[in-house]
Write a protein that binds this ligand. Structure first.
Ligand code: ACO
Length: 344
């Protein structure tokens, strides 16, 4: 709930500084049927439910079916978001897919989704890893502001396809899924202000070393299993807490809000300890944080729209709510924004 001391200008449909009259017209998600528990992983890896739960908060994750790729997850979430908005695919002006696990190294996911939906519209991928959904929201806001719309933004990932199933350092962390929103001009909603950032000085803290143009795959480097995602976990942990905290505080300051004005805090669902640390530093109590990492694991760019869908299903999103979103990811990238929920 908002602080009783909050000025009227920070509530209802009054525009926040740095925001635009845009909102979520429809929301949908898709999670693969297969659920992999920590105990399942303990049967094939030198790990345990206790280690995974205490270090990350993760209890289970979903894994995509063998015949599926990222575009299949994205398309299913997109169809549900369109239904939720009461729109046809033909009403959409642009499709954006936030993903770091495309179907193919070259050729984006978004045009495949457009084709699956039966439309020919501009379609492109946004790759900012786990910050991708927030970068996608910022891109969508720009498109809407310049007359394109509505925009279908999907966060979709198949991380289990790019991690070494034999590497316990990363295999336990990730899951697959997709969440989608239809964004449009909406006087009852608001989007912004935003704070986005990137620091590419050392991508090696969280990257896939082999398979790009820096070092194409060879029999040798594939044999060394260097075509899988690798990371320096502790470094990323510190980076995540520092940057999500500072970015959230920047957005609050730019909006003229305090933590008391935030109805729901939805951070990138990578690790419960990271989320708890950021919320505590920003000053948002646990009861106003929505977490799904225990159910989904880290689904990268899909994690925030999946968490929003879960929050709405749980009755935790109401018209007029101020929602603070924040994320970090490979690149390294980070970002935050404010969303006023308009009741979709
Ligand atoms: N099961 C059991 N033991 C394990 C496992 C596992 N799954 N994984 C690592 N260990 C061991 C390590 O080998 C190490 O053993 P050692 O001390 O004998 O060397 C020990 O556990 C401690 O390892 P740490 O890495 O120090 O453990 P830490 O408490 O830092 O937790 C973790 C590791 C969970 C990865 C944490 O650092 C973290 O969450 N970091 C952030 C990672 C993250 O969020 N990445 C997001 C990627 S997003 C994207 O853009 C793709």
């Amino acid at each position: 709930m908002a602080s009783p001391l909050a000025e009227p200008a920070t509530r209802s449909t009054d525009r926040l500084p740095g925001s635009l009259p845009m909102g979520v017209l429809g929301l949908g998600h898709y999670l693969p049927d297969e659920v992999v528990t920590n105990d399942d992983l303990s049967e094939v890896l030198d790990t345990s439910d206790e280690w995974i739960r205490t270090r990350t908060g993760i209890q289970q994750r979903h894994r995509l079916a063998p015949e599926d790729a990222t575009s299949d997850l994205a398309t299913r979430a997109a169809r549900r978001a369109l239904d939720d908005a009461g729109l046809e695919a033909g009403d959409i002006g642009q499709i954006l897919v936030a993903t770091t696990t495309p179907d193919y190294p070259i050729s984006a996911v978004a045009p495949i989704v457009a084709d699956n939906l039966g439309v020919l519209v501009p379609a492109l991928d946004v790759n900012a890893a786990c910050s991708g959904f927030l970068y996608g929201l910022r891109t969508a806001a720009g498109l809407l502001a310049t007359g394109t719309g509505p925009v279908l933004l999907i966060g979709a990932e198949a991380l289990t396809r790019v991690v070494d199933p034999g590497d316990r350092n990363v295999a336990v962390l990730f899951g697959d899924g997709a969440g989608a929103v239809v964004l449009g001009m909406d006087d009852d909603g608001s989007l912004g202000p935003f704070d986005l950032g990137a620091d590419g000085s050392d991508p090696s803290s969280l990257y896939t070393p082999v398979g790009g143009t820096r070092e194409p795959t060879t029999d040798d480097n594939v044999g060394e299993r260097r075509h899988f995602l690798t990371m320096r976990g502790r470094e990323i942990y510190r980076f995540a807490v520092a940057n999500m905290t500072a970015s959230s505080q920047t957005v609050l300051r730019d909006a003229g809000l305090t933590p008391d004005d935030i109805d729901l805090f939805v951070g990138h669902q990578a690790n419960l300890r990271i989320l708890d640390a950021v919320a505590a530093k920003v000053g948002i109590p646990a009861e106003r944080c929505h977490t799904t990492v225990h159910l989904h694991g880290n689904t990268s760019a899909a994690s925030i729209p999946l968490a929003l869908a879960h929050a709405r299903d749980a009755g935790r999103l109401h018209a007029g709510d101020r929602v603070l979103l924040t994320a970090f990811g490979a690149g390294l990238t980070w970002g935050s924004c404010l969303l006023t929920w308009s009741g979709a």
